[in-house]
Design a protein around this ligand. Sequence first.
Ligand code: PLP
Ligand code: CA
Length: 325
Amino acid sequence: ASSPKYLTGDKASINEFIDKFDTFLFDCDGVLWSGDHVFDRVPETIMMLKARGSSPLTSHPSCAFNSYSSPSGKRTVFVTNNSTKSREDYLQKISNLHIPCEKEDVFGSSYSAAVYISRILKLPPGKTKVFAIGEAGVEKELAAEGIPCLGGTDPNFRRDMTPKDFQALADGTALDPEVGVVLCGLDFHINYLKLSTALHYLRRGAIFLATNTDSTLPMHHSFFMGAGSIMIPLQYASGTKPLELGKPSQAMMDAVEGKFQLDRSKTCMVGDRLNTDIKFGIDGKLGGTLHVLTGVHQKEDWDREDAVAVPAYYADKLSDLAVVA
Ligand code: PLP
Ligand code: CA
């Protein structure tokens, strides 16, 4: 693949870049913020993109009726693999950081999974329940789609396994016969009971889904166990791979496209991770991918021979686009 184009202080090339697209899909952590720290001038950058069609340049009377006078600016969508939060939770977080956003602009991996289960999977009657490994974000999004859910944050699964539990799983009395899906997301209370229960559902034919398969969770300038690393033991024990619903899965891209009526050729994915964000955009045949260097992957990562994806553009940080504001 050819080298990415570096977007830096030059207004003309940044304008040209922005003008290619009508929609920007933003990864969140590592692009907009790190943990609870919003990166400098990110709110202004998103505002600039949203206001783009009515910027002083394009709303000048001399061009008020020409093709540059689009009444609405760029569409900005926040696409995150974080399954622990619902869209509502994310909206709260994004708004608290003063980034302009509405609930409909948020697309998380728990929502992606819930939409996939309710609208794409045709679960037979009597097999409509989900056994979830995950936090409240998974439960809330399943509930919003009217999907009954077991496991999750239920305290009855957040405990040590007893000899009775072994027996009840083995003979099936601990299992709900209506469970048709095992959904695995990041669970900060993962334990032997939950994994063993999920395994028993899988062995009885439940469909295996994962909200996302991030190997690690970057936090506090370090790396913790990601959703994928929680899921792998289940894949190993059951001998089946889950269908992934987060980036880079094209199931998520299809869902985003359906919801936002994307013109893929005019959409740009912005991210910090090559194997999730940039691969997501490339596999989805989007018009562009922009890699920012404020997160997980750096230039060396796409220079490597075995680089999993190479972006079309890169910038040191997202707010470098704001030079045109
Ligand atoms: N999963 C969890 C639980 C997270 O907390 C995060 C980042 O905050 C992610 C995944 C990665 O999210 P993103 O796709 O926005 O980088
Ligand atoms: Ca990220």
